[in-house]
Design a protein around this ligand. Sequence first.
Ligand code: 7PJ
Length: 266
Amino acid sequence: MGILNVTPDSFSDGGRFLARDDALRRAEDMLADGAEIIDIGGESTRPGAVPVPLDEELARVIPIVEALRQLNVPLSVDTYKPAVMRAALAAGADMINDIWGFRQPGALDAVREGNGGLCVMHMLGEPQTMQAVEPVYGDVVADVRAFFGERVAALMNAGIARERLCLDPGYGFGKTEAHNFALLAHLADTMPAGTNFPLLVGMSRKSMLGAATGRKKAERVAAGVAAAVCAAERGAAIVRVHDVAPTVDAMKVWKATKDAARVRHH
Ligand code: 7PJ
């Protein structure tokens, strides 16, 4: 899954049409690099980021969904606002990726109809304040697993088919470095007992990689690729990244190794 930010700071400030052409070109590049899903986001959810008004998020995201449909690649929209979910699905989005795990009032109703994919992410607290005080868990892996169990039940009670869901531990969203690496090391254990949902992970350029390597955001590509391999080895089905080409190369090597491991006679 290639990340396509459509926030003003991610584009040359040349107005909506330039932004649209820019986004289309970036999406095409990610497809050429091997991305199989494009995740479009109109609001930065970085720790401390200021929320974007609804009208502004719609104006950023919906024209990009419409413009990218011609690429015939699954389109995901990263939003927690029910009105954006509805508009994105109506415009042809294939998936809604919600950092709030469909907990905002109206979110379940917004996605109930249709058969779009839904990514249920774990977050402790909210983006403005989640990293302001040290996040506390009993057992972070068990707590995330319990959260997933509760959200899956809520979604299914709303009449949403389980086949539409994937789960994401939400790296960096109300977690310390130790929490993030525990959730990577024990990724498969975040799955509620007896279930087998696809797992999505997003560690690309995040602070956990900086904590492990001492590197700044722009220098975390290799660290992110290593994290993606660790996640794939532990059962991740979808890896959400900025740096598609090196990640796809790594996934090809991981897959070739996995395939060879199944062959007993050599
Ligand atoms: C995530 C996300 C993530 C999912 C962001 C960033 C912050 N969606 N949206 N998982 N992170 N599903 O990319 O640094 O980890 S925005």
